[in-house]
Write a protein that binds this ligand. Structure first.
Ligand code: AMP
Ligand code: TRP
Length: 334
């Protein structure tokens, strides 16, 4: 029996956050790489869909790759690489644009939210922001992926990827595996500590509600202790009515201390909950920071992992992308 193929990625648009870790990276390292044939990718092309500074994207890509190793991805068990090093992604993305309709792209929640925000500021929206899910579908389908471990916010893009795979197979013959998203049971959506009704996102302007993986322990403590809580003072787990407290309970639960509803019973003040959550997060991130500091001293090692990773990824993706080119009627080069 062949092993399940897993693919997932992270965009180098900002420093990685506790949301990235709990919603995605931790599961990749602790479970996915052990149970499947897994590829994890720094999806740098996706970082160009919004205004960007080239030097910053380059720096953040290296940092993200280093952090993937720091959280425990082991290149002997899985493949870690950078998207732009493997041309198959963009080759296949074009075929995905020829498979998707403009209407289904425009329906993507992330597209709608980001365009609204950008237009409100009087800015323009890059065409690639609209076509982004076609590139994401290509990322996934090029590898014959069965499972895509992501946070909740990406589930809609994976649904679209499924539709495109089915449609392509129907039109041109069986070419792609139809993938499914896997979302963690707890902390699939970690919220901003200052604005607990919106996602903790790495590119938000205000950083006081975002815990970054590389924040110093003192900074983590300060951010958690200043988290916005809700009216009232009793600790109950209610995501709709008490989003601030529920977010802290989710984070504490995800740090390994149990179930958020049961945890709520153990606290009778917000202060105590915040203190324990802060310490749990500090301890959770400590080994990641330490390992990152070591890896930063050895950039050649990181480079060699990425070089091998790209080579492996290319070898997996090329035959399937070539087959897709032939299936749609493109003439093979002679
Ligand atoms: P991104 O930061 O958009 O590149 O996301 C990388 C991965 O982290 C994706 O699987 C996201 O779904 C996940 N992720 C990002 N932010 C959060 C969050 N606040 N809570 C849970 N998962 C998240
Ligand atoms: N769109 C994802 C995000 O914003 C990142 C991503 C790009 C991805 N390609 C992917 C995730 C393929 C999983 C599989 O988080």
């Amino acid at each position: 029996m062949t092993r399940t193929r897993i693919f997932s990625g992270v965009k180098p648009t900002g420093h990685l956050t506790l949301g990235n870790y709990l919603g995605a990276l931790r599961g990749w390292a602790d479970e996915d790489q052990h149970r499947a044939d897994a590829l994890f990718c720094v999806v740098d092309l996706h970082a160009l869909t919004v205004e960007h500074d080239p030097a910053r994207v380059r720096r953040l890509s290296r940092q993200a790759a280093t952090l993937l190793l720091a959280v425990g991805l082991d290149p002997r068990l899985c493949t870690v690489f950078v998207q732009s090093h493997v041309d198959e992604h963009t080759r296949l993305a074009y075929l995905m644009e020829c498979t998707a309709s403009d209407g289904e792209m425009r329906r993507m929640i992330q597209y709608k939210e980001k365009t609204e925000r950008e237009r409100a500021r009087g800015g323009s929206v890059r065409l690639s922001l609209l076509t982004y899910p076609a590139l994401m579908a290509a990322d996934i389908l090029a590898y014959g992926t069965g499972e895509v471990p992501v946070g909740e916010d990406q589930a809609q893009h994976v649904e679209l990827t499924r539709d495109l795979a089915v449609r392509f197979n129907q039109r041109y013959g069986q070419t792609f595996v139809v993938p499914k998203a896997t979302v963690p049971k707890v902390a699939a959506r970690v919220m901003d500590l200052q604005e607990p009704t919106s996602k903790m996102g790495k590119s938000h302007a205000r950083t006081s509600g975002i815990v970054y993986l590389l924040d110093e322990p003192e900074v983590v403590r300060k951010k958690v202790m200043r988290a916005v809580t809700d009216a009232g003072s009793d600790v109950v787990y209610d995501r709709a009515e008490r989003p601030g407290v529920a977010n802290l309970l989710d984070i504490l639960a995800a740090c390994g201390a149990g179930d958020p509803t049961e945890l709520a019973d153990e606290y009778d003040s917000y202060g105590a909950l915040k203190k324990d959550t802060a310490e749990a997060v500090v301890e959770l991130l400590r080994p990641v920071r330490e390992r990152h500091a070591e890896l930063v001293k050895d950039p050649e090692y990181v480079d060699s992992v990425l070089r091998d990773g790209a080579e492996r990824a290319r070898a997996i993706a090329r035959p399937r992308v070539d087959a897709a080119y032939r299936a749609v009627g493109l003439m093979p080069a002679v």
